[in-house]
Design a protein around this ligand. Structure first.
Ligand code: PEP
Ligand code: MG
Length: 895
């Protein structure tokens, strides 16, 4: 028979940490903590497949599940000595969602379930604290009314604010039992008025309402968006955890908090967290009261005058620290914990691997490897390559003048500058227009996810290090300052009011997510460096990986940046970019517009020294590392003027008749330029262009070899080859130039001639092409375009629809299409090497910097990947992880 429910508590559990797929992350870890003998309130987990079943059966709950939940609750009653729905010692429950991966946007929690007009009295009597009982009841109505019944929580907040104002109270904690009763009466009345139904009194009805709401929230718009963004399949479903309540709001010996076993922002190895006395969990996250530090060290560092948990409740603190150390050792990773202290007794409510900034991830991985908790390979495997992007962001130049207008918590590191916007919609709109913005909010909520994605940085005036804004921004790698309490947002008038200045929407500010400062205007930034923990991980990654990592670069600045990031050569130098520079473009145009070969050669002779000096500089920067230079690739009309005004201007510079120039421009027009007169076709029509480029390369190689003392072995790459005869034609010209330069210079020059694989025909005929090519570089931008028959320049218009409608799961121009384009790569690699077993293979399309595509390249046996300079560290790490996975899976298949 199908088992839907796993129980835990009382020192045992039916599940364990390995059951994550079935129990969800939260449920699996609650079970594990019970097994470890930690103090966990008893409970039960409804497994994820129950959620799937619910959707597959018209949103119904199977009878056997109801029966199992009842018996699970009976077990909780036995352990706690309380009874669910009973009027004497009522058992109250929390109901929480818990998918395999943590998912903001889903229904999170309903606390104090089981309270009604009668059990509330019993709870007050039992606790000897009526105020506590009524406070718990109003919290329950508020949460249940919002997440289960669908009445916006603002409605309840307004009533509460109104009552507080009427009674002259500032804090919620000042309300008496009787005053809470009055608030509750108004809550219930509003529910009836707004929803036309009354607040359910039957605990059983409450329970199934909450369980149904968790299942339903799996499909709400926010959860669906989150899943799409993070590639989480809809059929995973969510588990539901039903657990006996423990109370952090039972007076001043009670508290609730969240903590990390290491600092999630810096990675420092010290317990780090926040708590509130006499509060329930949501108070900490909501940021209504300012939380206190857990450790005394953190309190001193933050300058807070409120006592730490260490000082306030030393026994509970000591037990908690011990549990933290134990859980970190057990899971061999930094943990994110939730706890409650009920009248001095500590209870653990959650543990999971903690989200962390990239900086913290590096530090934690390095230190855990050094502590012997994990191996170096594991340390490398634990870093998400894409997250390194955060560290490659600029930081504020410490020498810059800072016009500080406020400060908050350093919630997510990195600095960002942009225009102030106050809503997520504006942030998205600005991004569409190419404007950079800082999203300024009082607090953020899951509705703001799209705006947070679009913004360069996030600033909130309320909320702690564990507020929604802080947690989500850290996950996204977006700089964030949270809880900047000295600033005030005036939404109505779209103003950000600081002491002494008022800024309006559109004004520029800078936030420093590493210090928490908010600054007026744009501030000079510093480029990042790879040192410290970053350097160690890179070192360990380099020791693990097989593939080389090169860069796509044509400017000296890019080449230098790439080398500082560890590039091992240039995998693609797009020579056409060198012709767009001022002072060159018109010589290029002169060449294109020349009447005949002689005219072209005259213009090319002017371009030769410019190209040569470019190449000398690149060779010198790369100092003996391989440099792959691609011959001219784009259609020639790309270099010509377009508008009438441009034509007039160019005509006058080149002494051309404007009408004739217009005619020449029109004559070069192509209906389908991407499949037109470009790539090696240019070199076949105008061999003199390729000859000039080859000469520039060889002469530069001689000069650079002399100036650097390092051997320079250029790799000359012929683009868009489909036929071996095309390559042979161009190769012959290059070789002839090589012979000439060698004769002139009196030195021998080593070089390679190869081709890009950008056309399906080239991939299929790789064994033939490899007779002439000494290397292949997969130009997967074009190969994706030509395999799909989708224009890379026009795709975004309809690919976004494809993504929305689920026709494709991912943009194939970002992540390799493993099945189609990937198979062509495999075929080309295998057939090419059949002909030439030392054929060098690389990739230089955008996919060369995408971690998942890099894994594919490892499996396909490529020698290197090449990507843009800022992706080089990401590619080094991804290549190491790919090699590691490859080794372990190869090990398995040998068994
Ligand atoms: C490619 O097609 O993948 C490539 C690297 O060349 P380009 O992007 O310049 O066409
Ligand atoms: Mg290309």
């Amino acid at each position: 028979m199908q088992k839907w429910v796993y129980t835990f508590g009382g020192g045992t559990a039916e599940g364990h940490a390995g059951d994550r797929n079935l129990l969800g992350g939260k449920g699996a870890n609650l079970a594990e903590m019970c097994k470890l003998g930690l103090p966990v309130p008893p409970g039960l987990t409804i497994i994820t497949t129950a959620c799937t079943h619910y959707y597959e059966n018209s949103r119904t709950i199977p009878d056997s599940l109801k029966e199992e939940v009842r018996s699970g609750i009976r077990r909780m009653e036995e352990i706690t000595g309380r009874t669910f729905g009973h009027n004497e010692r009522p058992l109250l429950l929390s109901v929480r969602s818990g998918a395999r991966a943590s998912m903001p946007g889903m229904m999170d929690t309903v606390l104090n379930l089981g309270l009604n007009d009668e059990t509330v009295q019993a709870l007050g009597h039992d606790a000897g604290d009526a105020r506590f009982a009524w406070d718990s009841y109003r919290r329950f109505i508020q949460m249940y009314g919002d997440v289960v019944m669908g009445l916006d929580h603002e409605v309840f907040e307004e009533i509460l604010e109104d009552e507080k104002a009427r009674l002259g109270h500032e804090q919620d904690t000042e309300l008496s039992a009787v005053e809470w009763q009055h608030v509750i009466a108004r809550y219930k009345q509003t529910i009836e008025e707004e929803l036309g139904e009354s607040f359910p009194q039957d605990p059983e009805v409450q329970l199934w309402g909450a369980i149904g709401a968790v299942f339903a929230s799996w499909m709400n718009a926010r959860a669906v968006t989150y899943r799409n963004l993070h590639n989480i399949p809809a059929d995973w479903g969510t588990a539901v955890n039903v657990q006996a309540m423990v109370f952090g709001n039972l007076g001043n010996s009670s508290a609730t908090g969240v903590a990390f076993t290491r600092n999630p922002s810096t990675g420092e190895s010290a317990l780090y967290g926040e708590f509130l006395v006499n509060a329930q969990g949501e108070d900490v996250v909501a940021g209504i009261r300012t939380p206190q530090n857990i450790t005394e060290d953190a309190r001193i560092a933050s300058g807070s005058d409120k006592p730490s948990l260490e000082k306030l409740m030393p026994e509970a603190f000591a037990e908690f620290s011990e549990i933290c150390a134990r859980l970190e050792g057990h899971y061999r990773d930094m943990q994110d914990l939730e706890f409650t202290i009920e009248r001095g007794k500590l209870w653990m409510l959650q543990t999971r691997s903690g989200k962390r900034t990239a900086k913290a991830a590096l530090k934690i991985a390095v230190e855990m490897a050094e502590e012997g908790l994990i191996s170096k390979e594991e340390a490398v495997a634990r870093i998400d390559p894409a997250s390194l992007d955060q560290l490659l962001h600029p930081t504020i130049d410490p020498r810059a003048r800072r016009d500080v207008i406020g400060s908050g918590l350093p919630a997510s590191p990195g600095a960002a500058t942009g225009e102030i916007v106050f809503t997520s919609e504006e942030a998205v709109h600005a991004q569409d227009e190419g404007r950079k913005v800082i999203l300024v909010r009082v607090e953020t909520s899951p509705e703001d996810i799209h705006g947070m994605h679009a913004a360069e940085g996030i600033l909130t005036t309320r909320g702690g290090m564990t507020s929604h804004a802080a947690v989500v921004a850290r996950g996204m790698g977006t700089p964030c300052v949270s809880g900047a309490g000295t600033l005030r947002v005036d939404l109505r008038n779209e103003l950000l009011i600081a002491q002494g200045v008022t800024l309006k929407k559109g004004d520029i500010i800078t936030i420093d997510g590493s210090s928490g400062q908010v600054l007026k205007g744009a501030i000079p930034m510093l480029q990042p460096e790879l040192s410290g923990d970053f350097g160690r991980i890179m070192e360990w990654a380099d020791a693990t990986r097989r593939m080389k990592v090169r860069t796509n670069a044509e400017t000296p600045a890019d080449a230098r940046a790439a080398r500082s990031f560890g590039a091992e050569g240039i995998g693609l130098c797009r020579t056409e970019h060198m012709f767009f520079e001022d002072g060159r473009i018109n010589v290029m145009r002169e060449m294109i517009l020349a009447e005949d070969e002689a005219g072209r050669r005259t213009a090319l002779a002017k371009l030769l020294p410019m190209q040569r000096s470019d190449f000398v500089e690149l060779f010198e920067i790369m100092h003996g590392l391989p440099v792959t230079i691609r011959l001219l690739d784009p259609p020639l009309h790309e270099f010509l003027p377009k508008t009438d005004a441009e034509i007039e201007e160019v005509a006058s510079i080149l002494s051309f008749d404007p009408a004739e120039l217009r005619q020449r421009v029109d004559a070069l027009h192509e209906f389908n330029p991407m499949l037109g007169h470009r790539g090696c076709r240019l070199a076949i029509s105008y061999p003199e262009i390729a000859e000039m480029q080859a000469r520039a390369i060889f002469e530069a190689a001689c000069l650079a070899a002399k100036s650097t003392g390092a051997a320079v072995v250029p790799e000359i790459m012929v683009p868009l080859v489909g036929l071996k005869a095309e390559l042979d034609f161009v190769k012959e010209r290059i070789e002839a130039v090589a012979r000439e330069v060698i004769a002139e210079a009196g030195v021998s020059i080593e070089y390679l001639i190869g081709t890009m694989i950008e056309l399906p025909r080239a991939a299929l005929r790789a064994h033939v092409i490899a007779e002439s090519a000494e290397f292949f570089s997969f130009g997967t931008n074009d190969l994706t375009q030509t395999t799909f028959g989708i224009s890379r320049d026009d795709a975004s218009a309809f690919l976004s629809t494809y993504l929305q409608k689920g026709i494709v799961e991912r943009d194939p121009f970002v992540q390799l299409d493993f099945d189609g384009v990937g198979e062509l790569i495999q075929i080309a690699a295998e057939r090419g090497r059949r002909t030439r077993n030392n054929l060098k293979l690389g990739i230089c399309g955008e996919h060369g910097g995408d971690p998942a595509s890099i894994h594919f390249c490892e499996e396909a046996g490529l020698d290197y990947v090449s990507c843009s300079p800022f992706r080089v560290p990401i590619a080094r790490l991804a290549a190491a992880q790919a090699a590691f996975v490859g080794r372990t899976s190869a090990g398995r298949s040998n068994d």
